[in-house]
Write a protein of this length. Structure first.
Length: 147
């Protein structure tokens, strides 16, 4: 049984490297819904921090979640964790502070996120952000947001 499980995990990891970047990013976990086991497997997230996440959820936003994470992780470590664990930001209601936590955001991109509100659909987001960044980056940004 353990051998089969190990084989499946290796096969899944190999398959993930063949997926386009946007598909890999879509696998990002939400700390409000991830299981304790999923959290414990994330790089950079200690078992103690994973337990604290489970105990203190639900988190209203990434800002609240960040307050917990930063009790034990540096800013760089937290940003690294946000590559695989993040609370999506609502495009129409998210605050500047929430948008800022999306890894790789610049002041210009934050302004662009806010300028095109309200977003009627995700295609509007794709089109407007595509004016400033390539499609791979649009897909990466889209993986951090919701409507």
């Amino acid at each position: 049984m353990m051998r089969r499980r190990a084989f499946l995990l290796v096969a899944m990891a190999a398959a993930m490297t063949d997926l386009p970047a946007f598909a890999q990013e879509a696998a990002r976990l939400n700390p409000n819904t991830a299981t304790a086991e999923q959290l414990a497997r994330l790089p950079g997230l200690s078992a103690t921090l994973a337990d604290a996440v489970v105990r203190q959820r639900p988190f209203a936003s990434i800002v609240e979640f960040n307050a917990l994470v930063r009790q034990t992780l540096s800013e760089a470590q937290a940003t690294s964790v946000y590559e695989s664990l993040f609370i999506p930001v609502n495009l129409n209601t998210g605050t500047t502070a929430q948008i800022t936590f999306i890894p790789g955001m610049t002041a210009r991109m934050i302004r662009e996120f806010l300028e095109y509100r309200p977003y009627r659909d995700i295609e509007t987001f794709n089109r407007e952000m595509g004016k400033y960044v390539n499609q791979a980056e649009v897909a990466r940004l889209r993986s951090y947001v919701t409507l």
